[in-house]
Design a protein around this ligand. Structure first.
Ligand code: HEC
Length: 220
């Protein structure tokens, strides 16, 4: 009977202590894991370390690219100007090799209507919901049709999309370099009020007459 008591109380005391201790993770011990296969990948994680990979430095599962090399197909990611005032000034000279064709402008419009319109507005009037509802102050220039955007060197627009400028964040992770140029061609189309076949709304200035609107399809 006495022995039974000791076993009983030891078990009652030991259980919570053991369960608390076994849950605690420290150092290399991850503690208790429920069904770890559900969240620990069976495949090797890139750049993780595994002593088995004796040939790779530090047992890395994947090697980092050799310094100064460019992965195949990613040459157009090379952009020489740093994210600084001087870099922005120098970017004025930068031009891409993506031409301003009808097809590229249309693709630029599609991308613009995903990534840009909510601030700059569908037609570049800076009347997207974010600016309109004053969630963020709009740029100092009123719209894309202002001289500032008309005259903005395309390289500077590329720099801004790549790194961001002021309150506009970088869009580099959303748009690859080719897509950035396509969007810029579309921005310039809006700025110069040249209508692409996909966009039929050409009313850029409030005082335009109906005839002006019709004519604006050709030149402007
Ligand atoms: C969150 C709102 C927001 C979004 C989204 C946004 N912009 Fe902007 N954009 C701004 C603001 C604010 C400025 C003014 C930045 C400054 O000069 O301080 C600006 C500036 C610009 C300029 C002038 C750049 C320069 O060098 O002065 C261009 C061109 C432009 N945006 C195009 C785009 C394009 C194209 C997209 C989509 C890929 C885009 N923006 C998405 C807020 C936005």
């Amino acid at each position: 009977m006495k022995l039974n008591h000791i076993i009983k109380y030891t078990a009652i005391l030991a259980l919570p202590i053991m369960s608390i201790m076994s849950c605690v993770s420290s150092g290399d011990n991850p503690g208790i894991e429920y069904a770890p296969n559900m969240y620990i990948s069976q495949a090797y994680e890139p750049y993780s370390q595994d002593r088995k990979f004796a040939t790779n430095p530090h047992g890395m599962t994947m090697r980092e690219p050799v310094n100064g090399t460019i992965a195949r197909g990613q040459l157009n990611y090379v952009y020489p100007f740093p994210n600084s005032g001087d870099g922005y000034a120098a970017s004025a000279e930068f031009t891409g090799d993506v031409e301003s064709t009808e097809e590229n402008i249309q693709e630029g419009e599609r991308l613009y209507n995903i990534y840009c319109w909510h601030c700059h507005g569908k037609k570049g009037k800076n009347d997207g919901p974010i600016f309109k509802e004053k969630k963020m102050p709009a740029p100092s220039w009123p719209n894309y049709q202002s001289d500032y955007i008309k005259e903005l060197p395309v390289g500077k627009a590329y720099h801004t999309i790549t790194y961001g400028k002021g309150l506009m964040g970088s869009h580099a992770f959303m748009l690859d370099p080719e897509e950035r140029w396509k969007v810029i061609h579309y921005v310039k189309t809006l700025a110069n009020n040249v209508s692409s076949s996909a966009s039929t709304d050409t009313t850029s200035t409030a005082d335009m007459t109906a005839t002006d609107t019709l004519n604006s399809n050709s030149v402007n």
